[in-house]
Design a protein. Sequence first.
Length: 470
Amino acid sequence: MSAPETLIASATCVAIDGGGGPHGILLRGPSGSGKSDLALRMIDQGARLVADDQCVVSRRGTGAAARLVARAPAAIAGAIEVRGVGLRDVPSLTEAPLALIVDLVAAEAVERLPNAATEEILGIAVPRLALDPFAASAPAKLRMALHGTEATLPRGQLPAVGSEPASAGGMPSGAIPSDSGERRQVVVVTGLSGAGHSSALKILEDLGYESVDNLPLSLLDALLGEGGPIAVGVDTRTRNFAARPLLDRLDRMQADPGQAVVLLFLDCADEVLERRFTETRRRHPLAQDRRVADGIAAERRLIAPLQARADLVVDTSGLSVADLRRVLGGHFTLTGTPAMSVFVTSFSYRHGLPREADLVVDVRFLANPHYQAALRDLDGRDSRVDAFVAADPAFAPFFSRLTDMLEPLLPRYEQEGKSYLTIAIGCTGGRHRSVAVAERLAARLAQGGREVQKGHRDVTRGDGGGAQRA
């Protein structure tokens, strides 16, 4: 006997528009549990009714393409019961793909940090959660929960019902290629809240990009229809944000031969993000009623598909705004030479590896000037410290092999399309040996005609030489 293809659920269903079309939310609970009340509030905020109190759920398609679709029985289609007012017609849809099941429960029955759960209906697993329907934030929580499911469900689970058509050639509707024959530079900026999103957009604006922040995805195609280089900020503050619709739009944008599209993802260590939110006394967008750490964890799950897809991930944990400007300038400059930019920096192992480093070189095997009283208070930029480091018998063969390795390696990075390379030189305190070697290496690479910048991350920190040698 074959499995049934349709069932009748005692539930209300509303649909929220998102990337790929409307996504249905099934609200379940006994009579008087608040199904119609919550649905009415969501409709007042832009959702559309699918069915009130009774919903027909059907399975369509086979295999990996199978999906669930919700609709109303013909007799009650388009109407909702408003207690104390009567039966009223409201904005509605004939049907919508089912994306989320919500059990309506009392406030004390809602788990603070529930584990992800699903329920199988007609052989298809659907994300499920429990919610207090009378909480003022219930509609917002449902939108947030729905966006989280979009980031993890397979594409076939959320069919493109009513999706926007693409123009001929697979290009976004309204987008046009450049008449000049040059590809238009488009940078889509996303990432974790507090990781430097606003600073990055300001830096890109200074580099010559038109900068637009927090743009609804529905307006993205129209924005890309004309103009020069552009940087667009899209993150969890964006209305109807979800990872999958953004990735789908990126696919369409990158199919346009007139556009060079880069997805820039800004990452940051959790402890640094917590400190930033504490210092600025700002609330995390996903932690309005709970700890900042919980919001960060939820956001990481929500945007993980974007980080996996990103063309460039920049970790801002240890970067100042000036450092971020240097990194983004190296990758996204519009007026510089096409040759790869190189940044050479020194650092202290005591304070951790530079998270943005592409290559790391450890020079702690060299004699340490810290133990020379006359040199202890100086740093590797001083000629006396440089001479001491260079006098170590191990220095000359080491430096020769390092440059012999790098000089043929750098052109290969360029051939692979890398526009910016960070080389980090580390010692115990980040004040003497690493600084001297970084200075010499930067000078050597510059002599070869390379565009080289240099920096010394930890040279001004206290106890630069280190009382203990690692």
